[in-house]
Design a protein around this ligand. Structure first.
Ligand code: ATR
Length: 274
């Protein structure tokens, strides 16, 4: 049976085995998928050891940049993201790195939430690895503008410069923004600390602005609560992105696109019951 894993540290709470297991069952693919706790100081030997037999892997925190170094080849989107979340053993026994995070987010926004983002004003909060991974596919939707706002403004400026050739992208501090936008994506780690980036309430136009938090939890995140209180048109968390990036990886490995909706519903049910 073909072997797959997700590498991370910690990895115990990963939902990837559940998601990929449901995809395999749904599509009748004969494969095994489990977690693999990689040592913090020895990811590469751990990964190379697994790939003596393994066919593919997902990679999560904190190994996505190290995974990129390990690959014999990269997809263009992984190179642009500067990080790899999906590894595949190719027919010639070489290791290919891909990044499905951006495609997962865009699919959740456009297919699941039904948003048309062409010509729209988009604001992304944060300028870390999670943002770098999604800028290219978001700019490919041809928004009117994409502003990256970050606590450390220089990091937002560097990202904006790097991606400027791909579309109308600008950098900002949180406090400088006042005008309402069509979509706000929270990609900061603030929710982990139970915090909210200090942005103006006026950014949300009731009934029009859509708010998306890449984080998720049993309870709504502080950002999702803030957006709901202000009357955002839609308030979405990152569980859909998690399932969609997994579906994109599964498609790359097995050549079959699984249905994500029933898997997302099952995850949502389990999260509510946890
Ligand atoms: P990731 O891979 O999840 O993007 P990261 O690269 O460490 O993780 O980036 C974390 C992001 O969350 C950064 O944009 C960080 O802001 P700084 O660049 O100023 O550090 C942001 N962040 C973390 N905690 C935050 C908080 N409490 N409020 C606002 N932004 C926060």
């Amino acid at each position: 049976m073909d072997q797959y894993v997700v590498f991370g540290n910690p990895i115990g709470h990963s939902k990837s085995p559940l998601i990929q297991g449901l995809f395999a069952e749904q599509t009748g693919q004969d494969m095994a998928y489990s977690t693999l706790l990689a040592p913090l100081d020895d990811f590469s030997n751990c990964a190379l050891g697994f790939f003596k037999v393994g066919r593919g892997a997902n990679v999560t925190v904190p190994f996505k940049e190290q995974a990129l170094q390990l690959c014999d080849s990269l997809t263009p989107r992984a190179r642009r993201a500067g990080a790899v979340n999906t590894l595949s053993k190719l027919a010639d026994d070489t290791l290919q790195g891909d990044n499905t995070d951006g495609a997962g987010l865009v699919r959740d926004l456009t297919v699941n939430a039904g948003l048309a983002l062409g010509g729209k004003r988009i604001l992304i909060l944060g300028a870390g690895g999670a943002v770098r991974g999604v800028l290219e596919p978001i700019l490919a939707l041809r928004p009117q503008s994409l502003v990256i706002a970050n606590r450390t403004v220089e990091k937002a400026e560097r990202l904006a410069q790097e991606f400027a050739e791909l579309g109308p992208v600008a950098a900002s501090g949180f406090a400088w923004l006042q005008e309402p936008v069509d979509l706000i994506i929270n990609a900061t780690a603030a929710s982990l600390a139970g915090e909210l980036p200090p942005i103006a309430d006026s950014l949300v136009e009731p009934g029009r602005t859509v708010c998306y938090d890449m984080m998720y939890g049993k309870e709504p995140t502080p950002f999702c609560r803030w957006a709901s209180e202000l009357g955002a048109a839609q308030v979405l968390d990152g569980l859909g992105m998690l399932v969609e990036q997994a579906a994109e990886a599964f498609h790359g490995w097995r050549g079959v696109r699984p249905q994500s909706a029933p898997v997302l519903a099952e995850l949502r049910r389990q999260l509510a019951a946890s």
